[in-house]
Design a binder for this molecule. Structure first.
Ligand code: ATP
Ligand code: MG
Length: 360
């Protein structure tokens, strides 16, 4: 930790809807981990940055917000989104500014079928789907460049400009090759649409092959995004590490999470690999207003995110213990409704805490 030995400052942003519920339970699990290890301390600063705050005060992030975040070692995020706020407003006022200002240019999504869960795919056993998706997180189709003319007329024109830079692509490729190299299969599949998109995507292809030369021990493979969606469904066991643009990575990782059993179990890390800013850890699901407040949300995606956060902080034994505890609990059938189980949010949390204590 930057602030002395084994003391980590965590900024917690529960956000909206089920984000509030799953983060609350995750903090209980983190407290249990902290207690059994007794070798590190988590100082958790809970921030009320939410759509509720936006509706009351006209802002998600307060004036001193950036200072508070910059002073933290990691951010645990729930979800943002509310039926009363347009989705693009909440996204562009909270999560996208965070990614940009904190230089979180990589989004990392580990995806596998947890024990006790099953894929909606026929003939897909647990070991057949074990991927890591590396998504470019700072530019591309979500660069926010463009504009409209002739507004409110029949001739309105909207431009949405995708921006790709050599720097942005190269650092993403290097990160992806490093991830692939650490995994047993050492295989990296790059996704573009370079047949139809002639500039940015062609630059992706070019830089991929350039960087590949530095990693002769990693097997490379290139796919068009449409064919990739098909391959993920039909031949999941032929894939391992995947690198894709912001938009493609976003879509493919939701598909991947669904193929692995439920979007309720998957985690997403927005990383600043330079470590000059805190990285952010969140479940991939949203605020799920349809089940908010019912106490039935699946907390596993946020637990998994907390494990990834511990790993990023260097607490690998704690991260492994938490992941094993999650796996034991799902294997034993302690599952929420979205996974076909009978447990509620609090019961799954309790089961994980019991397992953390038992297996330490
Ligand atoms: P947002 O606008 O915040 O993205 P959303 O409703 O569009 O919210 P999700 O929150 O991702 O999108 O939810 C999609 C569906 O999946 C919803 O029907 C929701 O109930 C279900 N779901 C999402 N996350 C969970 C979870 N953790 N546990 C159980 N069900 C979930
Ligand atoms: Mg959504």
């Amino acid at each position: 930790a930057r602030n002395g030995a084994c003391r980590y400052k965590i900024a917690s942003i529960p956000g909206d809807g089920i984000g509030i519920e799953v983060v609350e339970q995750t903090i209980k699990v983190l407290r249990a981990i902290e207690a059994v290890f007794n070798s590190f301390t988590l100082d958790i600063d809970t921030l009320d940055w939410s759509s509720k705050r936006y509706l009351e005060k006209g802002e998600y992030i307060p004036a001193d917000g950036w200072q508070r975040l910059k002073a933290s070692d990691a951010i645990l995020f729930g979800a943002v989104g509310s039926p009363e706020v347009p989705d693009d407003v909440s996204l562009w006022n909270l999560i996208l500014p965070l990614r940009k200002k904190l230089n979180q240019y990589i989004n990392l999504r580990p995806i596998r079928i947890l024990p006790g869960l099953s894929s909606p795919l026929k003939n897909c056993a647990n070991g057949d789907l074990d991927w890591v998706i590396v998504r470019e997180n700072s530019e591309g189709e979500y660069a926010g460049q463009g504009g409209t003319t002739h507004d409110d007329t029949p001739n309105t024109i909207a431009n949405e400009v995708a921006v790709f830079t050599r720097v942005g692509i190269e650092r993403t490729m290097r990160f992806a090759f490093e991830v692939a190299r650490e995994r047993p299969r050492r295989k990296l599949t790059m996704v573009t649409k370079s047949n139809a998109q002639r500039y940015g995507m062609v630059l992706w292809d070019k830089i991929f092959y350039e960087v590949a030369k530095e990693y002769p021990d990693v097997e490379t493979d290139k796919m068009l995004v449409d064919a990739m969606a098909v391959r993920m469904v039909l031949k999941p066991n032929t894939l391992d590490t995947i690198v894709a643009t912001n938009l493609h990575g976003d879509i493919l990782s939701d598909l991947a999470a669904a193929l692995a059993g439920s979007i309720g179990v998957a985690s997403s890390s927005s990383l600043d690999p330079t470590r000059q800013n805190p990285s952010l850890f969140e479940p991939i699901h949203g605020s799920a207003p349809d089940i908010a407040g019912l106490g039935i949300a699946n907390p596993v995606g946020t637990f998994w995110s907390a494990a990834e956060m511990l790993r990023w902080l260097g607490e690998c034994a704690a991260a492994d213990l938490l992941l094993r505890a999650i796996e034991t609990v799902t294997a034993n059938g302690a599952k929420t409704k979205d996974l076909g189980g009978m447990y509620n949010l609090a019961q799954v949390t309790e089961a994980v805490i019991v397992e953390v204590k038992r297996s330490f």
